[in-house]
Structures are given as structure tokens and as C-alpha cells.
Design a protein around this ligand. Structure first.
Ligand SMILES: Nc1ncnc2c1ncn2[C@@H]1O[C@H](COP(=O)(O)OP(=O)(O)O)[C@@H](O)[C@H]1O
Ligand SMILES: [Mg+2]
Length: 369
């Protein structure tokens, strides 16, 4: 068999939905149930929060697809200037699929051009402000009992349109409209957003932290991806891969992709393939994640992390960190919070913390010691 002709099934690209999602079944279950239950379910306003590469965008896309098969249409945008207009346009295109024949539209006194997304470019300027225009689209969807999921990726507080969206969304809810709001962002961006009083309503949204995926779930998704791709992998090779991945979704795709490509003509992926693949993946993650993350850290952040490096086991006690830095408990907890908000630090309870991004420890060692 010429396995080399078989395309690589892994997806080491930001934003791409993997063929098999590792973990995340809890948040998927909760949000999908909210789509089924409809208005009143707290998960209809959900925030997905996690480090770069934790799988936020892929999960947003996945959930948006689930919504489609459950009586909702979706408008997916990124939080950039022009976001509101983009939401309207996406909603219009999606709603267009539910619009009836032009005759019936005319009977109801609505012009087709006003509603059909395809004619957006040529129609006249729509009447009313954003809230009014969205209301027209929602009315039309409501006639078919279809709801609208607004999906906003990479949320940030310094965008005036986030504030407008939050405020108009609250009106929609009060008017009893069938709407949902899914948002995703880096921990530091989301905490800044939640601190802002002008969008205080978002503090009531369901907060889903996308942390480390369990090893058994990584193993399962790895094996399924390999087998669905038409090859096989033994348990020793799988164990090596899982250990290197450390529960980090992006690392799973990098390791998977690289190990697949080492001997693409062999039917089985060997332990040697995996070990070589891990070497390449380490290089990839350094360039795609570690360097960027490092650049975003302050001197105080870096001093805190450097104080953790001498703990061989990976976990450090905040008491030890404070002692090594010669600082008091409130200084230590302030930096702990900061680093957790950046997705760099994981809290294990009882004052124990660890670095939550794979290979970041080694990287810091090289840069700081
Ligand atoms: N649950 C998952 N299991 C396996 N791979 C995943 C999962 N979620 C995302 N990925 C992969 O991880 C990488 C990063 O995903 P992405 O959604 O872009 O992360 P983020 O938006 O958090 O930076 C992509 O290559 C994607 O295919
Ligand atoms: Mg993303």
C-alpha cells in the first residue's frame, strides 16, 4: 500500500477544526443543550477563555455548526472595527436562506432587497440604526422559529462596538427574542473586558476555561485521527506522543502532523517517527507560541517565572516563590493572578502552581538562566 499518497489528517493551523476534538465534551454538552432549550438557559451567553492554541476558535466554529443543525443561524465575526456591520451582514446572508418568495414578502410590506443578503451590495441604505435593522432580521427569523447566534472571536475591551453589542444584546433578551452570544478570547483580554463597567452584563455570562485536556482524551483523539487517516500507531508510540503533547490542543496537531510525515510510506507510525516528529513540533511551537508569549510578559512576570524554574517536578509552591523573590504574600498573589490571566500559569490548589504551556519551561530556562 502506498501510504504516502494518503493526506496528512492533522490540522496544525490556527482556527481549523480538527477531525477529532480532544476533550471539551463538557463545554460542548452545556452549550449544545442551551441551543436545544432556548431562551433562559445561562449558556446562551458563553465565554470561551484560554491561552493561544488552547482551541478557542476551533471550538467556536464547532459550536456554530452544532447550532445550525438545531434551529439557529449564526453570524461569526472577530472583534475588530466594523464588527457590528459584519454581524448584520452575516445575519442577513444566513437569514436569506429562510426568506420566502418575493410575493409573500411584498404582502408583508417588506422589500426583498432589504432582507436578502445576496442583494446587500445593490440595495438602498437600510432604514434605522443597527438595533432596528437587526430587529427586522430577528423578526423574520422568528417567523420560522429560528434564532440567531452571534459569535465573536478575539474579544477586546478597547473596541467601542463591543460595548454597543453588549447593550443592544440586552435589549434583544428583554424583548424575548431568540438570540445567543458566544465569545472567545485570551484570558487577559477577557478579564479586562469583564472589569469594564460598560459591559457589566457580560459578567453574568457562562465562563468556560479551556485548560489542559486529559491525557486519555488526547490519546483517544490521536489514535482516531491516525486511523481515520488510513494508518495505524502502536501504544508505545502513542504514549510518547501524549507525553510530549501535555494536554495542549495545538501541540497535539503539531506532533501528530510531524510524526505522520516522518515515514509517510509506512503503514504504521513507529516510536522513532514519533520521537523525530516531537523534535520538529518543539521547534514549531517555539516559533508559533512561545516567542509571542514571552514577548508579552513584564519583567516582574519573568522574575516570578524564573523563581519557579528550580522546582524540578514542574509544580511550585507560592510560598517558595515568595521566599526566593524576597516578597510578601500579596505581591506573590498579584503576579500569580496576572500570569494566570495570561494563560501562562495553572493553579493546582493548596498554593501549588505550574507553567501551563508545553515547552515553555525549557524555553524560559534557555532565555532566563
Ligand atoms: N479539542 C481539540 N483537539 C485537538 N486539536 C484541537 C482542539 N481544538 C483545537 N485544536 C487544534 O489546535 C490548534 C489551535 O486551535 P485554535 O482554535 O486556533 O486555538 P486558539 O483560537 O485558542 O488560539 C489548531 O491547529 C486546531 O486544529
Ligand atoms: Mg483563535
Amino acid at each position: 500500500m502506498e501510504a504516502g499518497c494518503v493526506p496528512n489528517p492533522f490540522t496544525p493551523t490556527f482556527g481549523q477544526i480538527p477531525p477529532f476534538m480532544a476533550g471539551r465534551s463538557e463545554v460542548i454538552g452545556e452549550v449544545v443543550r442551551a441551543f436545544d432549550r432556548g431562551m433562559g438557559d445561562p449558556n446562551l451567553v458563553s465565554l470561551l477563555v484560554g491561552a493561544r492554541g488552547a482551541g478557542k476558535t476551533a471550538l467556536l466554529t464547532y459550536l456554530a455548526e452544532e447550532a445550525l443543525s438545531r434551529g439557529w443561524v449564526t453570524a461569526s465575526v472577530s472583534a475588530v472595527p466594523g464588527m457590528l456591520e459584519d454581524i448584520e451582514e452575516r445575519a442577513l446572508v444566513a437569514a436569506g436562506e429562510f426568506v420566502e418568495t418575493p410575493d409573500r414578502m411584498r404582502l408583508r410590506g417588506i422589500s426583498v432587497g432589504q432582507l436578502l443578503g445576496i442583494e446587500w451590495d445593490t440595495r438602498e441604505a437600510p432604514a434605522g440604526n443597527w438595533r432596528t435593522r437587526m430587529g427586522v432580521i430577528l423578526d423574520m427569523l422568528a417567523e420560522h422559529d429560528v434564532g440567531l447566534v452571534i459569535v465573536v472571536d478575539e474579544v477586546r475591551v478597547d473596541l467601542e462596538e463591543m460595548v454597543q453589542l453588549a447593550s443592544v444584546y440586552q435589549h434583544f433578551v428583554r424583548e424575548g427574542r431568540k438570540v445567543a452570544l458566544l465569545m472567545a478570547g485570551l484570558p487577559s483580554k477577557v478579564s479586562a473586558l469583564l472589569r469594564d463597567d460598560s459591559v457589566s452584563f457580560l459578567r453574568r455570562s457562562s465562563y468556560h476555561y479551556l485548560g489542559r485536556v486529559d491525557d486519555y482524551a488526547v490519546l483517544d483523539a490521536l489514535r482516531k485521527t491516525v486511523e481515520a487517516g488510513g494508518r495505524s500507531i502502536g501504544s508505545a508510540a502513542l504514549d510518547e506522543a501524549v507525553r510530549a503533547i501535555e494536554g495542549f490542543p495545538y501541540m497535539m496537531q503539531l506532533v501528530g502532523y510531524r510524526m505522520w510525515d516522518v515515514s509517510p510510506d509506512d503503514r504504521e507510525i513507529s516510536v522513532e517517527d514519533v520521537l523525530r516528529g516531537i523534535g520538529y513540533a518543539e521547534h514549531d511551537i517555539e516559533r508559533k507560541i512561545l516567542e509571542t508569549t514571552f514577548r508579552e510578559l513584564s519583567r516582574g512576570d519573568l522574575r516570578f517565572l524564573a523563581a519557579m524554574l528550580e522546582d524540578e517536578g514542574g509544580e511550585s509552591s507560592t510560598v517558595d516563590i515568595g521566599r526566593r523573590l524576597g516578597k510578601k504574600g500579596n505581591y506573590v498573589s498579584q503576579y500569580k493572578r496576572r500570569l494566570m490571566a495570561q494563560g501562562v500559569l495553572e493553579d493546582h490548589g493548596h498554593g501549588m502552581v505550574s507553567i501551563g504551556i508545553p515547552r515553555f519551561r525549557d524555553y524560559l530556562r534557555r532565555r532566563l538562566l
